[in-house]
Every structure is written in structure tokens, then in C-alpha cells.
Design a protein around this ligand. Sequence first.
Ligand code: ZN
Length: 272
Amino acid sequence: MTDFLEIPSLLSRGVYLQLVVEMKLLDDAIIRSNEPEEVLTHHYKSLGNRFIIPWRKVKGKLRRLVLEKQRSFDIQPDCALKDDLCLNCPSCLLFGGTGETSSAKMQYNILSRVLGETFISNDKVEEVQNYTQNAVDEKDLMTHQALMTILTVPKETIFTGTITIKDPTEEMASIIIDNLKRLTRIGARSVEWGKVETTIIGGKLSDREDMSAYHLLQNPPQGTQPDDLTGILNNLPDVQAAYTTINTQLPELFGELIKRRSSKKGKQSKTK
Ligand SMILES: [Zn+2]
């Protein structure tokens, strides 16, 4: 049976903790957009018209929360999004980063161990309250050429998505699950989402990723169905202990990475 890893591993061990997550809007969400990538409905052949939330929006918010909580425990409190990732903390281990572009100038990159997908509304969108108007510049209130779309997503709309933690230790799972429950707003510059309620309804610890909202929302649902994870989730370490444990595991993990890199470089220069 597939089990959690004892300690974080640099190389993948092919273990996947899939979480099936429901996100319910507690308020109407109003989306104003003049960027095509912000369009938040999609027509699926087999599901019809649905509201969608792009994964990067969920991931961005989740990463922010993981980092916030980490700072509250005073672990790598200077690690910050954009260009100030430290590449040496639990949050960077989970979400990844690029060494060269970070101000820490580390000689390595970390791949994200938190993988997701587009969240899809459980119900079809019967009528999209969607209208297009000329975008108004806030500074001069002049109407310009750009067209703006305003879309209302009604309250109590429920979205389903799956979030996968790749090669999880119990500590990594504890951090993601604790912060998922703290995910009470999704937002961006151009999106006024109200409050949301995030619930983990099940999942699977497995050697493969075999669940997706797309399959689960088919009628009847297709593919692997989620297990009740209550037993597993209730036995995870406390979240503060989880951050602390990972933080103490990192020097050895990344030390090994730096050693590997430099021995590779050494070999290359010898062959020249
Ligand atoms: Zn960091």
C-alpha cells in the first residue's frame, strides 16, 4: 500500500496525495475583466457551460497563506513572493522557485510539489449574466477602446477541483491541508470574489494521479472515486510541528542538491 514518505525526497518516488476540494461561494462574485485569460466560463462538450477558476488563482492564494502561516512561526520570515523567495524554507519546498531569479541567488531550482487543475462549477451555467462594455479609465473616467466583461457568479455556486501533493511527507500534507481550510477568499486585481468556504471532501493516497474534477463531475461520475480521508487527515502532525520538522530537514536535502550540482560541474570541467 502506498504510504507517506518519511522525509522529503529530491527525486520523485511516485507517491501522490490527491485531495478533492470543494469551494463554495458565500457571496456573489463579480468579475470585471478586459483580459481574455480572465474569462471565467468554459464550454465543455460533455459538461456544458460551467464557471471555472484557473488553478493559478487558487495556487497563488494558497501559497500566500502557507507563507503567512510560516512567518507566524518565525521560520524564514524574510521569504517573500515575486523576487524574494529564499529557496530554503517549507513554503519554497512545497511550491518551488527558480534560484537565479530569486534574490537569494541559489544555484538550484525547486519544482513545485503542489499540483492542481482548473476548478469547475458543479452545476451548469444556465444563463451567464455577462455583458460587455467599454472599459473606463479610472483616472479620467473616459471610455476607451478596450472592452470589459462583467460577469456575476451567484452565491452558493460550488466549484470542485483536485489538488495533488507529489511525494508528500505527513508534514507536507499537514501544511497544505491546514492552509486549504484557511482559504476563505479568492481574489485578484480585476476580480471581486466574495468569501468562499473550502472543504476537503475526500481523496486518495496512491501511486498515480487518477482523479480530476472533469471526470468526477460527469453524470454519472467517471474514473477513480475519492476515498474518505478522515482517518488519514486526523492523524497528521500539528501544523506548527510540521513547519518546524520540514525546516530542520531542509539543510540536508538542499545540501545534497548543492553537492550533486558541484560534483557534476567538476566532472564536466575535467572532460574539457
Ligand atoms: Zn522560501
